[in-house]
Each structure stands twice: as C-alpha cells, then as structure tokens.
Design a protein around this ligand. Structure first.
Ligand SMILES: *Cc1c(COP(=O)(O)O)cnc(C)c1O
Length: 338
C-alpha cells in the first residue's frame, strides 16, 4: 500500500526503535523520567523558550495552551479552517469556555489587518479578545507557510492590543526548512508553541508545548486534569530526541515529492485544480463529474490510499515511509483512471 492519507501513518525506523529501546526511564508524574526531561529541555533550548511539556497529542497541547491563556467571557481569534476549530471536537468551549472569532483567511493564513479588525472593542456586549492562534504550516490550507514578516506584523498587532499569541506548529519544521526563519525566531514571537513529533518527524506518539516557566507550570496542572500525565513514557520521548536530531532536514525530501505530485496532478483532465504546494501537503479538486468516494475506491484498488478533504477535494500527504517509486506507481494508477 502507498499510504498518502497523512504523515501520521509513519512507523519508527529501525534506528529510532533502537534509540527508544535504550531510553532511561522513570515516573514522569514525579518529574523523574530522564528521557522526557531531556526532550523537554532540548526542545525549549531549540526554540529559545524557557520550558516545555511532553504530551500525548497535538490536540492536547493546543487545548492546554488555549485553557491556560483564555477563559469564560473571553475570545480567541483563529482562521476558519484551523485545526483547533475544525478538528478538536469543539474542545475550545468544552475545555476553556471561551468564545471564538473565526477569520476568513486565505489557504489557512490570516493577515495582520484581519487580526486587527477581529479584536473586539472594550464593550460589555462583546467577549474580551485575549488570544490569537496561528497555524504554521496550515493543514486545510494545503501546507501553506507564514513568512517572517507576516508573523512580525501579526505580533505587532497582538502586542499593541495586549493579546497573547499561540502557534499550532503541528508541522512547524516543514515551515522552518522552507521558510526564512529559525526555531528561535519563532520562540521570540509566540507566547506558546505546540509542535508534533508524530507528523513528519516520524515518531509513534507525542507533542510538545513550549512557553515560559510560569506558563508551563500552569500547563502541567491542566495536563494532569485532562489525564495526560504519563509515567514511564521516556521510550516515546527518546523517539522525539532521535527525530529532532535526525528527521528535520529530510523533510525537504517530502516537499520535493509533494512538488512532483503537484506537477503530475496538473496533467489530468479529471482534476479541476491543485492548491499551490508549499510543503508536504497536496490538496486537489476533482471535476464535478467525478465522485470523490469512487475516485478514492479506485485508488485503493490500485493500492493507493488518500483522504476526502471536503466537497471535491482530495488530500495527499508525503512522509518518510514512502518508497522511492511512489510517484511512478501513483502515476500509473492515475493514468488508468477512466
Ligand atoms: C495533526 C494536527 C494537530 C494535532 O493532532 P493530534 O492528532 O491530536 O496529534 C494539530 N494541528 C494541526 C494543524 C494538525 O495537523
């Protein structure tokens, strides 16, 4: 099977597995897992932030960040396609009781101007605007990247209005290897950052939340009540350490393959359009005459898995478990379609 459904389908490489098996471990609820402590310190240092917290998922790191920053009668500003709004089960209200202002951005990105005009005036009829959350790269936006200047403009608006800024950086390393900034540039812009180890970095489990010492103290409390305090999870943390050391630069290979898919897909008459490819996500729209479910069943019969991404859209995601003949094999499947 060629599994293009997500970059979460990857399994640990033999090298990652052997690193995991030799992990020193302890009880992390007592703060005594050396591998988790090392991973948290490593990630905090990398982003130039004070502290970090290892969690089971990116949904948890985002939801903890939101709960730590925002509460009842307050509001969070997010792009309408963002993961925290679309794919976290309504968790914003469930966990923090905050209200949400949705911004109609482009390919998952908001502009500083849009953020500015979304901030509520000091008016008792309105919730208090407290937090802005950005996604980089954007998932539903097709792996789109914020530039450093765009981030700085948003940061300026956020600061001028006394708000906080969170980054859903599930795929932030995909942005960093293509973008014009480093991890520490992002660390100096955001109040909190969530990163996923289980996406393109190829770990079986895990996300990290980064922020100030005080913020992470609060985050640790919230993780506990969500049931996210893990015990000897150092085996998983060791995979994260291995991935940060070995799997960041190679993301460029995933981007090259995604670019090759972009060119290939443009050749077929049954494809209406391909969203410009920036990183490892390829979203394309089928012509109205094609039933997306039939298209996916056909691909499956040819040993290719992909996902339906709303209306006529299909998503391919490239990742480190794809063989070198992936493009050729998908091409021959598409050539025989219809
Ligand atoms: C995958 C993802 C997350 C986190 O998802 P989990 O499955 O909970 O780890 C968060 N944000 C974005 C943009 C994602 O793509």
């Amino acid at each position: 099977m060629i599994d293009l459904r997500s970059d979460t389908v990857t399994k640990p490489t033999p090298e990652m597995l052997s690193a995991m098996m030799s992990a020193p471990i302890g009880d992390d609820v007592f703060g005594e897992d050396p591998s988790i402590n090392a991973l948290q310190e490593k990630a905090a240092l990398l982003f130039g932030m004070e502290d970090a917290l290892f969690c089971p998922s990116g949904t948890m790191t985002n939801q903890i960040a939101i709960s730590a920053h925002v509460g009842a009668l307050e509001e969070i500003i997010v792009e309408k396609e963002s993961h925290i709004y679309q794919y976290e089960g309504g968790g914003i209200f469930h966990n923090s009781r905050a209200s949400v202002k949705l911004v109609d951005g482009e390919n998952g990105k908001m502009t500083a101007e849009q953020v500015k005009s979304s901030i509520n005036p000091d008016d008792i009829h309105k919730p208090v605007s407290v937090l802005v959350s950005l996604e980089n790269t954007t998932n539903r936006g097709g792996g789109n990247i914020y530039s450093l200047s765009e981030l700085k403009e948003i940061k300026k608006v956020v600061d001028e209005n006394g708000l906080k800024l969170h980054l859903d950086g599930a795929r932030v390393f995909n942005a960093i290897v293509e973008g014009d900034y480093s991890e520490s540039d992002l660390g100096s812009i955001f109040d909190s950052i969530s990163i996923c180890l289980s996406k393109g970095l190829g770990c079986p489990v895990g996300s990290l939340l980064l922020g100030s010492k005080q913020f992470i103290r609060k985050a640790r409390r919230i993780r506990k009540v969500l049931g996210g305090g893990m015990r000897q999870a150092g085996f998983l943390a060791q995979a994260g350490i291995y991935a940060l050391d070995n799997h960041i630069e190679r993301l460029k290979e995933d981007h090259l393959l995604a670019k090759a898919f972009e060119s290939l897909l443009q050749e077929y008459s049954f494809i209406e359009k391909v969203i410009p490819v920036k990183t490892n996500i390829v979203i394309f729209h089928l012509k109205d005459s094609i039933d997306p479910q039939e298209f996916l069943s056909y691909l499956k019969s040819k040993e290719v898995l992909a996902v339906h991404f709303g209306e006529q859209a299909i998503r391919f995601v490239t990742h480190l478990d794809l063989a070198t003949d992936t493009l050729k094999r998908v091409q021959s499947a598409l050539n025989e379609f219809n």
